[in-house]
Design a protein around this ligand. Structure first.
Ligand SMILES: [Fe+2]
Ligand SMILES: [Fe+2]
Length: 188
C-alpha cells in the first residue's frame, strides 16, 4: 500500500495528536533517509505506522500478543511500554505487507536493539526528535542525529534510562542491550 493509503488507515487507529506525531516522525525519517542514503519509501512507511497500536488498551495488546504468538519477554509483558510496537509490526506485516526490516524497526522502536540497520536506527531516532517533541536538549540531539546517529541514539537511551531511574520505573533489558552494543562497537 502506498503512503497516502496508509495515512487513511492510520487515521482509523489514532487520535489527532498522535496522528500528527506519526506524520512528523515520517517527515523526520525522510530527511534522515536522504542524509544517510536509505530506501525512502521503506523507512517513511515504517516511521508513519510505528505507533499504529499505541492507543489500543493494555488488555487488548496483551490478548493480541498471546493470540498471535508474538514473542515478548516476561518483563516487557508486565511493563507494557513496548507492546504497541510488537502489535503494530504484526499488523503491518499481515495487513499492509511490510517487509521484515520494516517490521523489525517498528517492533523495536521503543528500546532499540543491538545491531540495528540504518533503517531501524532512523525509525528509532526520528520518533524521539520529531517536530512535535519538546524537551531540553532536543535541538542538539536533532543536529547530532545527522552527524552521528549512533551517538544520538546512545544519548537518547541514556536519558530514558536516567529518567526511569529517577521516577523509580523499571529499566528494560532491551534498552541496556542496545546501549551496550553501541558503546562496545563505537569507534571500531
Ligand atoms: Fe511508540
Ligand atoms: Fe512514537
Amino acid at each position: 500500500m502506498e503512503i497516502e493509503g496508509l495515512k487513511k488507515e492510520l487515521k482509523k487507529y489514532l487520535k489527532e495528536d498522535r496522528y500528527k506525531h506519526s506524520i512528523c516522525v515520517m517527515e523526520m525519517s525522510e530527511k534522515l533517509a536522504n542524509h544517510y542514503n536509505v530506501n525512502k519509501q521503506k523507512v517513511m512507511k515504517a516511521a508513519l505506522m510505528h505507533d499504529l497500536a499505541k492507543e489500543l488498551p493494555f488488555d487488548e495488546l496483551k490478548k493480541y500478543i498471546i493470540k498471535n504468538s508474538i514473542y515478548v519477554s516476561k518483563i516487557e509483558m508486565s511493563v507494557g511500554v513496548t507492546l504497541h510496537g510488537k502489535v503494530a509490526a504484526d499488523i503491518c506485516r499481515k495487513k499492509y505487507g511490510f517487509d521484515k526490516e520494516m517490521c523489525i524497526a517498528i517492533s523495536n522502536h521503543t528500546t532499540g536493539k543491538p545491531k540495528m540497520s540504518m533503517l531501524e536506527k532512523i525509525v528509532f531516532i526520528a520518533d524521539k526528535i520529531d517536530e512535535t517533541r519538546k524537551y531540553e536538549g532536543i535541538e542538539e540531539l536533532r543536529k547530532l542525529a545527522f552527524k552521528d546517529i549512533d551517538e544520538a541514539i546512545l544519548q537518547n537511551i541514556d536519558n530514558t534510562i536516567s529518567n526511569n531511574m529517577k521516577k523509580g520505573r523499571p529499566i528494560l533489558e532491551e534498552s541496556i542491550k542496545t546501549r551496550n552494543y553501541i558503546l562496545i562497537n563505537k569507534n571500531k
